[in-house]
Every structure is written in structure tokens, then in C-alpha cells.
Write a protein that binds this ligand. Structure first.
Ligand code: 26Q
Length: 813
């Protein structure tokens, strides 16, 4: 059990930090200083446990999981850590004594944006799960100086501002200067056979980059097991001393210096899309090389050899972004340890496991051969060798089938296909929901599945329910605890017991009352930040996620305009009031997405200021959507919009957060929605639209004809015509309409929004009708909460541990 504090010892500890770190008496300290003092008190406890955990792993020679990901969207830490350590109470009381409100203090902390969306947040939820159920895990990523941009909406348009999270975020990070590594980028490679018949590899003229690790302790719930998130910072070891160099050499030195320093400067803000910049590839190699060197150096120090490496380590790669672990570990085993190819390959392919997060063709990484060659010449030689051997093996399966073999090759058409490298060099490939894993097996990676079916698995995503339910929604957590006890905090499947309260009117009323309070909190935020007064009796209907065509924010918008027209046509007709809430960042270079942000704001402006509409309909765009805002929005939501075109959303995790907080889903049969539907039953969810097979058939048959839908559906036609002309603010959206109807040069809207429009309208009508029957609505809400336990990340991690990593956990799900 972690160290405990009483109110008084906590107060002493905070005051001590204020004196020693800031030379301040409590009465003179700023809020920021008090925040930092609290963080330091908690960090001390965590740092002790982190070291103890690391010592235990070493002493007991335990097998460890190394989770590599280019993104960790960790969210704020103070509340989470205090909660996990059971210190929220003493801290709240100690601060109250000092005249400070703890909840206020939480707002002092920067929300670190070291990720784009789902993939990065999943990695963070998994760190929580691993720490809690006792998986010995270390996460590795980059310490981006600037995380995802801050979004401002200026005149309805998205403007990107830099995010400088380190100002208050650095307090959780402990530099480990004795683990600094050197990563070598670019240069030339010479190989020759020496007198003893060994291959010697000489790497010259490279740019050295120093990788300095900063460790963030990651707490688990009520456990001494503390994991580490190791964030690498890049810097240059090359001094800029003009006197030492002739002019030419000086410039070369400056170039190398700058190249190194820039590597950890920014996070690429694209999600599910790849631009192919060389800096991104350098970042990927930087993360991989520093991490593998680190793991190997520690292993060698402990065991004196890398021969037993595969027994002791799992290298889990979160999507293909860190896939260079495969050739990099080969390089170290062969060039550094003198192992032969086969021995090294056995080790590598027994410890790498790969999770795929996308089927979108534009998000499957392919890097030009020349670029890889120039940035990592030795690694590229190894990739070529892996490719040759792999193709030979394929020849045994498909003799003479050149076509298929070149389709499956790792290096082909001038590029390296990272997913093929990941599959060839790993022992496990998994998708993130049942549907997605099936699509991988049947379509995207079918040929690979055919030759090694046992490699392919599914682990459906999960969310850290302690953060997303217990901490984000304390009032609901209080009610649940009162009804079923607090066992669900560590055993989320126990939420099922809530089903027995389905007929209990008092419980359902309490549920509604809690939702109301959470809506009030969000409404106050909206009033303050958007200046919009929302109707607390309206349905809070929320779509928060990255802006992407496949996620179809557009479908939501079309429907809102359709409702608006209904009100305009007959202002006195009965209407179930709604507040539509959006939150979404668009990648800065993604023109359609940015135009859509602008469209939502134009529509909001029009509808919110129309006296005919009053409080029947409001549209709110919440600026700068991020983890800390999500923690306020999810508990207040009543309808969760999960309306991607079926077959494209690998899983979704927002859908799980909403469900767990009692929102009802309106969604397509896509990603984890399918399993949510299974879990709650069709009667407790609003499913609409084509399923994945139907969508695929329509797309592949080439029969999707948005023009004929436009011509035959007057309501929809009217909406699209309005969009074309704009909403009175001087902006026109004809380019978006054109994209929906005709495509811009290519085929019309790949994501076929219009095909699902009718079915969506009908499902929305069912939502409204159900809202008129609060007892039914509240029952459905309770069923969603009760059946959400299987979407806790504790369950996902238990499955990874048992089925893929083969590591011990302290408890099973
Ligand atoms: C890659 C190379 C170069 C630049 C950017 C990227 C890049 C960055 C981020 C590619 C993809 C991403 C993010 C992908 C992502 O978030 N996928 C989501 O993963 C979630 C967790 O599994 C799923 O729930 C979502 O369905 C999936 O879209």
C-alpha cells in the first residue's frame, strides 16, 4: 500500500515544499506555486515506488512489457495520482485549511497534448491499466516541446497556436541523465569482412543526436506498482564554436546541430493521415533507436548477454510508427553482439507485437526507399535483407505467383511498407475491435493471414474507467458505490449488478438528477466561453472527436439543418429541444476538415440567433477540445454521436467514455459500436445506416449516386442548397457541397454521407421520441452504464497480458 498522509501531515508536506522550493510561506504563495508544491509531494511518493518497482523487476528477473508509441495523451496528472494513491481527501482538507480549493488548483495544471486523438489516449489509458493490474511496463515516447496545437476559433475559423505545456507540466518529469543515449542519423555505411571472417560495419559522417530521458511515474489504483513513461528529448552534442572551424565546417556543424535539436520540437498534428515528411521519419527512428539501446544496455548489464532477450522482453508497437524496432534490434544483435542473422531474427520476431489502428489507405505508412537509405543507411540494408528473405519464404507458399508476392513484399514500388515489415517481424498482430480485426483478416492483410493465421488476434480497446468515470463523474460514482459497493473500481465487470435497479424509480430519478448537475456544469462553461445560454431541458447531443471525413461530422450537420428547416416551416409544431455540441481539431493542412469547422460555426451563428428557434435548438462549438475538456463533457452528454461510415473507424474509444457516463449512442455498426450494441442490446442503442458489408458493396459496386439521392429527397436537397449559398456571414460552402455530390475531381464523397441520411433522420426521430419518456430513457441510460464494464482498459490489458504478452498480472478481469 502506498504511503498515507493525514490532513496534518499533508499540510506540513505542502508547506515544506513551498518553503524549500519557492522560499514562500503558505500565505504568500501563488496558486501555481501551491499546485507545484502539491505535485511535488505526490511525486516524491511515486518516485519512491517507481524505483522500488524497477528494483523488484530486476531482482526477480521478471518479463517486462515495453510499450512504444509516438503519442501519449496522458491528460492532467495531479488529480489522477492523488486519486490513485487515496490522497484526494487529505489533500483537499489540508488545502481547505490553507484557504485553497483543490478543484480550483487542478485547473492550474497544463493539459499535456502529446498526442492527436484515439491512438495517443489509448496508450495513456493502457499505462493506467498496466500499473493497476500489475504488468511490469514502461512506455516510451518523445518529449515534444510543443504538443498538439491550441485551437482558437476566430471569426468562425480554426486558428492554430503553439502549445507550451512544459511550463507547468515539467513537474511530473524526472530527468535520468545517466541514461542518455546517442542516436546516429544519416551518414555512410561501409562493410567489409575482417580476418576472422566477421562482417564489420562502419558508420561514418552521421549526425549524432543525444537522447535524454525524462521519466514520468504512472500510478496504478491503490498499488505500490508504479510504471514509468520515458519521454526522450533530442539535443545536439555538437558545440557551436566558430573559432574551431573553417567557414565550410562551421556551416556543416550548424546544420547538424539544428537537425538534432529540431527532432523533439513538435508533434505532427495529422491523425489518420500521413504527409511523409523526413522529420517525422527521423522522429520515429529517434524514438526507436534510443529505446532499443536503452533496453539492451540494461539487459546486458543485468544478464551479461542478449541471448535470453526474447524471454525477458516484449516490444509492443502501437501502430507501425515505431516499427523500426525490428531492424534496429537486428542491427544491435548482429553488429554489436556478433550474432548471425537467424539467431538475431529468432529473438526479434519472438518479442515484437504489433497493434494496427487503422484501415484507411492514407494512414498506412509507406516511406520512400531513398529517404530511408539516406537517414538510416544501415537499417535500410537490414530492411532489404528482411525483405529478400521474406519474399523467398513467400515463394514457398505461392510458387510462381509474382503478382501476389510483389503485393505482399516489404520493399516494393520504391517504398518500404511499414505494416508489412511489422507483420513479417512480429509474433502477434491485433486489431482494436472485433469488426476491425475481422476486416484486417479478411481484407487489408488477408494474404498475410492466409500464411500465418495464428499471428492474428483481436483485443478490443478499453478506457481507464477510474479516470473517465470515478474521477470525471464523482456524483455518479457515489450513486453506484451506494448501490453496489466499490468493488467495480478494481473489478469493472461488477457494474453489471446495476442491472438489478432497472425498475427502481428512485434510482432512475437520481440518475437523471446527476445528469442534470453535470449538464449544469457544462452549460456554465459554455456560457462563459461561447456566450451561449443553453436550455438545460434540451437533449445534450455531443460529437467530440478529430475532424475527419470518415467520421462524418457532415451527416450530423446536414441533420441539424434539416431540423432547423422544420422549425422554420412550422414554429409552433411540437419539437423536442436539442443542444448540439461539437468539439474537434482539424489537421492544419486538411482543407475539407477546416472548412467543416467553419461550416459548423456559421450554422451555429445562424441558428443560435434566430428568434424563431428560441431554445429549441442550439449549436455549440467548443474550442480546443482536449482531455481535460472531455472529462467535463462526457458526464454531461445524453446522446453520443458515433456515425462514421461502417468499416472505417477501427474502434473508437469516445463511444465507451460516453456509454460509461450514461449517454445513449446513436451510431453505425462500426468499430466497437458493434460490441457496445451487443453489450447493451439493440433496444438500448440507436443503430442506423449501412453495415460494413453493405458500405463496401456500395463503394465497390460503383453505384453510389449522391446526385440521385439529392434529386429524390427534397428535404436533403434544400439543406444542400442552403449550404451552397451560405448562412448570411459572407461564407459559402459550395466546395463542400460539390465534394458531397460530385467529388472534387475524384469520385463523390468516399464516405457516402448521403446514403445514410434517411436512416439517420429516422434514428434521430426515435431518439427524440424516447426522450419524451424519461423513465424509459433513464432505464436505457442505466443499462448502458451497467454494461460498460467490459470496455474498461483493465479488461483489455488483462487480455493482452494473457493472450499476447504472456506476463503475470496481479488479478484477472
Ligand atoms: C503517421 C505518420 C506520419 C504522421 C502522422 C501519423 C499518424 C499519427 C496519428 C497516423 C495515425 C495517427 C492516429 C491514429 C488513430 O488515432 N487511430 C485511432 O486509434 C484509436 C485507438 O485504437 C481507435 O479507437 C480509432 O478508431 C482510430 O481511428
Amino acid at each position: 500500500m502506498p504511503k498515507t498522509y493525514t490532513k496534518n501531515t499533508m499540510k506540513q508536506a505542502i508547506e515544506g515544499k513551498l518553503r524549500r522550493h519557492f522560499s514562500r510561506e503558505p500565505g504568500e504563495a501563488s496558486k501555481e506555486q501551491i499546485y507545484e508544491a502539491c505535485a511535488l509531494v505526490i511525486r516524491d511518493t511515486l518516485a519512491d515506488h517507481m524505483i522500488e518497482t524497477q528494483n523488484q523487476v530486476e531482482q526477480n528477473k521478471e518479463r517486462q512489457v515495453h510499450y512504444l508509441c509516438m503519442e501519449f495523451l496522458v491528460g492532467r496528472s495531479l488529480r489522477n495520482n492523488a486519486y490513485n494513491l487515496g490522497l484526494l481527501g487529505p489533500m483537499r482538507d489540508a488545502l481547505a485549511d490553507m484557504g485553497v480549493d483543490l478543484s480550483d488548483l487542478f485547473e492550474e495544471e497544463a493539459d499535456p497534448g502529446l498526442g492527436n486523438g484515439g491512438l495517443g489516449r489509448l496508450a495513456a489509458c493502457y499505462m493506467d491499466g498496466m500499473a493497476t493490474i500489475g504488468v511490469r511496463a514502461t512506455g516510451y515516447s518523445i518529449r515534444y516541446e510543443h504538443g498538439i496545437f491550441k485551437q482558437k476559433i476566430v471569426d468562425g475559423e480554426q486558428v492554430e497556436l503553439p502549445d507550451s505545456w512544459l511550463e507547468t507540466g515539467a513537474v511530473w518529469q524526472i530527468p535520468a541523465m545517466d541514461d542518455v543515449r546517442e542516436v546516429r542519423i544519416g551518414g555512410n555505411v561501409n562493410t567489409y569482412w575482417n580476418d576472422e571472417g566477421k562482417l564489420v560495419v562502419e558508420h561514418t559522417d552521421y549526425t549524432p543526436v543525444l537522447a535524454t530521458p525524462y521519466d514520468m511515474p504512472i500510478s496504478g489504483y491503490k498499488t505500490d506498482n508504479v510504471s514509468t513513461l520515458r519521454l526522450w528529448e533530442a539535443s545536439s552534442p555538437i558545440p557551436l564554436d566558430m573559432s574551431l572551424f573553417s567557414r565550410g565546417e562551421y556551416l556543416k556543424a550548424v546544420e547538424k546541430h539544428a537537425m538534432a535539436e529540431v527532432i523533439s520540437m513538435i508533434l505532427y498534428p495529422e491523425d489518420n493521415h500521413i504527409e511523409g515528411q523526413s522529420l517525422r521519419l527521423k522522429q520515429q527512428y529517434f524514438l526507436v533507436s534510443a529505446t532499443i539501446q536503452d533496453i539492451c544496455a540494461k539487459h546486458k548489464a543485468q544478464y551479461g548477454t542478449l541471448e535470453n532477450f526474447a524471454r525477458k522482453h516484449i516490444l509492443h508497437i502501437n501502430d507501425t510508427h515505431p516499427v523500426l524496432v525490428i531492424p534496429e534490434l537486428m542491427r544491435i544483435l548482429m553488429d554489436g553482439e556478433n550474432m548471425g542473422w537467424d539467431k538475431a531474427w529468432n529473438i526479434v520476431s519472438q518479442c515484437v507485437a504489433y497493434t494496427n489502428h487503422t484501415v484507411m489507405p492514407e494512414a498506412l505508412e509507406c516511406w520512400p526507399i531513398e529517404l530511408m537509405q539516406s537517414l538510416m543507411p544501415r537499417v535500410m540494408m537490414i530492411v532489404n535483407e528482411i525483405n529478400e528473405r521474406f519474399c523467398k519464404e513467400l515463394w514457398n507458399y505461392y510458387p510462381g505467383d509474382f503478382n501476389r508476392i510483389s503485393k505482399m513484399a516489404i520493399v516494393s514500388d520504391g517504398v518500404v511498407r511499414m505494416a508489412h515489415l511489422a507483420i513479417a517481424g512480429s509474433f502477434s498482430v491485433n486489431g482494436v475491435s472485433e469488426l476491425h480485426s475481422d476486416i484486417l483478416k479478411e481484407k487489408v492483410f488477408h494474404d498475410f493471414y492466409h500464411i500465418s493465421p495464428a499471428k492474428f488476434r483481436n483485443v478490443t480497446n478499453g478506457i481507464a474507467h477510474r479516470r473517465w468515470l470515478c474521477e470525471a463523474n464523482p456524483e455518479l460514482t457515489g450513486l453506484i458505490t451506494e448501490l453496489i459497493g466499490d468493488g467495480f473500481i478494481t473489478h469493472p465487470s461488477e457494474l453489471q449488478v446495476l442491472r438489478t435497479f432497472g425498475e427502481d424509480k428512485k434510482v432512475l430519478d437520481r440518475l437523471a438528477e446527476i445528469k442534470r448537475h453535470n449538464k449544469e456544469r457544462l452549460a456554465a462553461y459554455i456560457k462563459e466561453h461561447n456566450g451561449i445560454e443553453v436550455n438545460l431541458g434540451s437533449i445534450f447531443d455531443v460529437q467530440v472527436k478529430r475532424l475527419h471525413e470518415y467520421k462524418r461530422q457532415m451527416l450530423n450537420i446536414l441533420h441539424i439543418l434539416y431540423l432547423y428547416n422544420k422549425i422554420k416551416d412550422d414554429p409552433s409544431a411540437e419539437f423536442v429541444p436539442r443542444t448540439y455540441i461539437f468539439g474537434s481539431k482539424a489537421a492544419p493542412g486538411y482543407v475539407v476538415a477546416k472548412r467543416t469547422v467553419s461550416l459548423i460555426n456559421s450554422i451555429a451563428n445562424k441558428i443560435n440567433n434566430d428568434p424563431d428557434v428560441g431554445d429549441k435548438l442550439k449549436v455549440v462549438f467548443i474550442e480546443d477540445y482536449k482531455v481535460s475538456l472531455a472529462e467535463m463533457i462526457m458526464p454531461a452528454a445524453e446522446v453520443s454521436e458515433q456515425i462514421s461510415i461502417a468499416g472505417k473507424e477501427a474502434s473508437g474509444t469516445g463511444n465507451m467514455k460516453f456509454m460509461m457516463n450514461g449517454a445513449l449512442t446513436i451510431g453505425t455498426m462500426d468499430g466497437a459500436n458493434v460490441e457496445i450494441c451487443q453489450a447493451v442490446g439493440e433496444e438500448n442503442i440507436f443503430i442506423f445506416g449501412m453495415n460494413a458489408k453493405e458500405a463496401e458493396n456500395l463503394a465497390e459496386g460503383g453505384t453510389y449516386s449522391p446526385m440521385s439521392i439529392y434529386n429524390s429527397n427534397p428535404g436533403l436537397r434544400r439543406v444542400l442548397d442552403q449550404m451552397r449559398d451560405g448562412f448570411g456571414d459572407g461564407k459559402k460552402y459550395d466546395s463542400l457541397v460539390k465534394m458531397l455530390l460530385q467529388g472534387n475531381g475524384g469520385p463523390a464523397d468516399k464516405f457516402m454521407s448521403l446514403a445514410d441520411f434517411d436512416s439517420y433522420v429516422k434514428a434521430q426521430e426515435r431518439v427524440s421520441q424516447m426522450y419524451l419518456r424519461p423513465e424509459n430513457w433513464n432505464y436505457m441510460s442505466l443499462m448502458n452504464i451497467a454494461n460498460s464494464g467490459r470496455f474498461a482498459s483493465d479488461r483489455s490489458i488483462a487480455e493482452y497480458a494473457k493472450n499476447i504478452w504472456k506476463v503475470h498480472t496481479d488479478f484477472a478481469y
